[in-house]
Ligand binder design. Structure first.
Ligand code: MN
Length: 312
């Protein structure tokens, strides 16, 4: 642990990496670290390969500092919430500190700080800050709380425990803007996202005695609504609200013809294993994969078969 802050201390220029299509956990972690590094008067680049970052994250400190061009010279990079090197959106990053909480994390860093028990990457970072007696100011508190509340889906997932609430209480005392986090992360949706959600739920298929919900998102649906990739999440999550549904899968066509698969569940099935079948990974109850050269229908059928086998 102290090695992380030793390496930071020795570096002049540090690149903080939020993963492709960053969420509040990845960007929140990078944002909190940015504040800390500013206090240390470091030169910092806040990097994310995705150009169109979810505007709901705009309320977080340093959103305007995001850069999409990876710097050619730097002393140290730190990735946040990236389960694999492919999530970085950039290749051959060295030296690299990998801070994460995914159970499927492949340990791709030159230094890995992965706590799979942590509810969010911001919790891993919070533990690092606390154990090193680093003061958490208002900006850091909001950024860390954002990852906590988003990854725990408002303190509702099975990983939510006393420690989650202790962290929340501590961050609240540090001045975290809880209302802005709730509003931006749980109570804000664009009209495009709302229309896409309606389309997806209209077309949801239930198979295997309605235990599996299948959602397909075509390029046409994305174009017609003008929605973004992250906008697909709401319908996927809400399909699990159906009383019989235990597993939900969404296959989305990207603009370049590749496919993105997202798996969600609430029972004993380890979804990171199923995602692994397609070369992906993630958590037990939330996993994903990316494929090219396959049709949406064929991947759907294959996923249904794998799911049915798991449930039988
Ligand atoms: Mn996370």
């Amino acid at each position: 642990m102290s090695e992380i802050f030793d390496q930071i201390g020795q570096a002049g220029h540090i690149v903080l990496i939020a993963h492709l299509n960053p969420d509040a956990d990845s960007f929140g972690s990078a944002s909190a670290m940015y504040t800390h590094l500013m206090r240390l008067q470091k030169k910092v680049t806040l990097f994310c390969a995705t150009q169109r970052v979810d505007p709901n994250l705009q309320f977080l400190p340093w959103f305007d500092k995001l850069r999409h061009q990876f710097p050619s010279h730097y002393d140290l990079a730190i990735s946040f919430d990236c389960a694999s090197a492919s999530r970085l959106g950039v290749e051959d990053v060295l030296p690299l500190i990998n801070i994460d909480h995914h159970s499927s994390n492949s340990g791709y860093g030159t230094l890995d700080c992965v706590d799979t028990k942590a509810i969010s990457t911001t919790q891993v970072l919070y533990d690092l800050f606390r154990s090193s007696d680093i003061k958490i100011n208002v900006k850091m508190a909001t950024a860390l709380y954002a990852g906590l509340v988003d990854d725990s889906q408002g303190f509702s997932t099975s990983k939510t425990d006393a420690k989650s609430f202790e962290m929340a209480a501590y961050l609240a005392r540090c001045g975290a803007d809880i209302e802005s986090c709730s509003r931006a992360l749980m109570q804000t949706m664009s009209l495009a996202a709302m229309r896409l959600k309606a389309m997806m739920l209209q077309d949801v298929r239930l198979v295997d005695d309605a235990r599996i919900a299948i959602l397909g998102v075509t390029r046409v649906m994305m174009e017609q609504t003008g929605a973004k990739e992250v906008d697909c999440e709401a319908a996927l999550q809400e399909s699990l609200y159906l009383p019989t549904v235990r597993l939900a899968v969404m296959i989305r066509e990207n603009a370049d013809g590749t496919l993105k698969g997202s798996l969600r569940g609430s029972d004993e099935t380890d979804l990171s294993k199923i995602a692994g079948h397609f070369g992906g990974g993630g958590h037990k109850h939330s996993a994903g994969f990316e494929l090219s050269g396959r049709s949406l229908e064929s991947v759907m059928e294959e996923t249904i078969k794998l799911f049915s086998k798991e449930l039988s």
